[in-house]
Design a protein around this ligand. Sequence first.
Ligand SMILES: Cc1ncc(COP(=O)(O)O)c(C=O)c1O
Ligand SMILES: [Zn+2]
Length: 423
Amino acid sequence: MRINFFLKCSSCGEILDQKDPSLKCPKCKSQLVVDYDYEAIKEQVRHIFDGQVSTIWKYRPLLPLINEKNIISIGEGGTKILRASKLASYLDIDKLFLKVEAWNPTGSQKDRQLSLAISRGLELGYKISITSSSGNVGASVAAYSSKASILPLIMVPNIAPEEKLAQIIMYGGVVIMLDTPSNIEVASLVEKIVEKFQIYDVVTAGTHNPYTVEGGRTISYEIYEQLGQLPDVVIAPVGGGGLLGSMWKGFKELEILGLVKRNELPRMIGVQASGCAPFVQAIKEKWDIKKVFSTPWGVINTICNAIADTIPLDALHALPAVRESDGTAIAVNDDETLEAEYKLSSLEGIFAEPSSSTTIAALKKLREEKIIDRGESVLCMITGTGFKDLRSIMKIKGKFVRLQPNLNNVINYIEREFITKNR
Ligand SMILES: Cc1ncc(COP(=O)(O)O)c(C=O)c1O
Ligand SMILES: [Zn+2]
């Protein structure tokens, strides 16, 4: 297969070929972006978009890797899209789809990003990987690195939930907790450690490693294949913004490949927790990228730890996603998120973590504010599983009765509370 990718500096325009191991521009140290020879790809993908999904590696000509033998795969991607009719009627909307990324191998959409980034890291000859993570990236980096026989060092802020730390350790990751709630502070330390030891930087942000944002494009390809068309609106949680940005890149590529028309591309809506919402502020106040990087959010005050990034490091990709698609960004508070999480679980059987339930809370608000019409088709990203973050839920929703193990006692309770009331 002909290899179709190259790297381009986002600042000075320097072009690097696919054999170049740089993760930042060698000339000016700015962010590199992966670009593609779409004319060549057009020919190669002619039969690929056949309506079936499998793993991200189905889209091999669109993924930046030279040699197939470096592919590290645990079955990432190919996630289901569910039609959520009960939730739709609760939210007063005709057509609601859920792309359930929580069912990826380690329980979040990050597996798409890391399957690709670690495969490329293996190709570039790295023996040790390092990342900053509140848990989901860490789990994914640990699983894929260990499978590639690369040692994963996972630096976590002190807000990472225990379930996620346990998962990272089980995948063979070395957990190093730093006494700060800020993922961005941890990420900037990682940058310095990488400079010192030349180990593989897999902080999932294009500013650290351009390959970490490319895997998310496959979500958009799958949406097109599974629905046969694109929804009117896509709602995704925003931490660094890599997910939103890479999905937008994927949708635009479908246009470049001649599969959809420009006016069929969805409006992209980014969601954050109101206790850490720098991206929402950036959109509302029309900040440029320089302002975004020089204005970190102050105090983090949310249970949505997976998206509590004080600087959206992938603003280069995420700001245009909202602006070019005529979308918006919206913040939801923790009460709204927990209510949405409960509705999602109890109406549709999908147990998602708070950070990913924000999309449902956002849809409720966007309907109330009439920013989304009833007749528009909406796809909400459900990015991470609820099993990884139980503490916040147990505090609020974890109420249950305790009875003596006595048959009459139990019969009386059930009869009084449920049988009589539901007759
Ligand atoms: C469950 C979940 N949803 C959404 C996101 C947001 O992704 P991004 O940081 O690319 O904006 C993350 C990031 O870690 C996540 O873990
Ligand atoms: Zn440059």
